[in-house]
Design a protein around this ligand. Structure first.
Ligand code: SF4
Length: 358
């Protein structure tokens, strides 16, 4: 059985907040991320205590979240992501993804804590299995950004492995099941693990001959592009198993400046890079926004993979878009873009053997 080397066992909490004094550049950036609504708005030249901003908020139909909501799911926005927002614009599609609203505390019929049945898919600690041949590792609960529509905002991450040695049962389970050909690092965001810890887990999985592919579901190349270091790419391209990186961007405005550079760097290293987006009210709920997102992705060499209908998780109803509109826009996109640029419009329905195309 592959195992976690002893050298990494001590004091190895994989979801700890980085210590800025000992960190790489991306970890320093993360330590300096914005963690309050007030700072977020002030940095965009908006002051929630100022009558003019209050009137702008009212006109935009935004009521800010209360303290209970913020305690449950705090604000987290890296400076790099903030720099891509337009100051003073409450309709900015990036701001809308991270701005906590009072609507998050509403109880809406059909919106539940675990709409995709993650907890029923638990196979062993740290491992979920929903589809044949593939398992998900909940590699960490940490993220570099808190997306307000997150489908795992209520996931019990504290129950999953934190120290590297806690992963041994998961590794043993994967090694003992020859039907598992792909392991998907998920979370949270697996690129929040530092290089040493990511390397240890990847190396242990890479020793399992029937693991043919190792996939990483990550938003860091988009929200914290400094994470895409040469060391990370060297580690990924050095794997025996085929690495695949699936990033998460919802709007073309995310895919600029050093985010575009980071994605190009990944693509040109030879790693397949795909994108999954979520159809979100106020963010990308029009044909023009979806077309621009797909065009920018393919121009960077990133394949538009999925457009997800929103998972109906508690507190996110204000992001939902009528699925018939999504279906119409996907059809319209097909008339405007090459076939490879059209994502599959999908929904995850618990119990189905694969994602359902809408
Ligand atoms: S990066 Fe992914 S897991 Fe993290 S908050 Fe955003 S959607 Fe959720």
């Amino acid at each position: 059985m592959p195992s976690v080397p002893d050298a990494f066992l001590a004091n190895s909490d994989v979801s700890s907040v980085p210590n800025p004094a000992r960190s790489d550049g991306w970890q320093r950036e993360l330590a300096n991320a914005i963690r309050s609504v007030e700072v977020l708005l002030r940095r965009l030249n908006l002051n929630p205590h100022d009558p003019q901003t209050q009137s702008q908020l009212q006109i935009a139909g935004i009521q800010l979240a209360d303290q209970d909501t913020l305690q449950h799911f705090p604000v987290l926005v890296p400076e790099n992501f903030l720099a891509r927002m337009t100051p003073g614009d409450l309709h900015d599609p990036l701001l809308r993804q991270v701005l906590p609203q009072a609507a998050e505390s509403l109880s809406v019929a059909g919106f539940v804590p675990d709409p995709v049945s993650d907890l029923n898919a638990r196979r062993t600690v740290g491992v979920l299995q929903k589809y044949a041949g593939r398992v998900l590792l909940i590699a960490t609960g940490a993220c570099a950004v808190h997306c307000r529509y997150c489908f795992r905002r209520d996931y019990p991450y504290a129950e999953e492995p934190r120290r590297l040695q806690d992963w041994q049962p998961a590794l043993d389970e994967i090694a003992s099941d020859h039907s598992i050909t792909e392991v998907i690092f998920s979370g949270g965001d697996p690129f929040m693990l530092n290089d040493a810890r990511l390397q240890v887990l990847c190396a242990a999985l890479d020793q399992i001959p029937h693991v043919e592919r190792i996939r990483f579901h990550t938003r860091l190349p988009v929200v914290l592009p400094a994470r895409v270091t040469s060391e990370l790419i060297t580690m990924l391209t050095g794997l025996r198993a085929q690495p695949i990186v699936v990033v998460h961007a919802n709007h073309a405005n995310e895919l600029v400046s050093d985010c575009a550079d980071a994605l190009r760097k990944l693509v040109r290293s030879g790693i397949p890079v795909l994108n999954q987006a979520v159809l979100l009210s106020g963010v990308n709920d029009n044909l023009g926004a979806l077309e621009m997102l797909c065009r920018r992705l393919i121009n960077l060499g990133v394949m538009p993979y999925y457009l997800h209908q929103l998972d109906r998780v508690s507190g996110t109803a204000h992001f939902e878009v009528d699925r018939a509109l999504g279906q119409q826009w996907i059809q319209n996109l097909a008339a405007r873009l090459p076939g490879y640029a059209i994502p599959r419009f999908v929904q995850e329905i618990p119990g189905e053997p694969n994602k359902t195309t809408l």
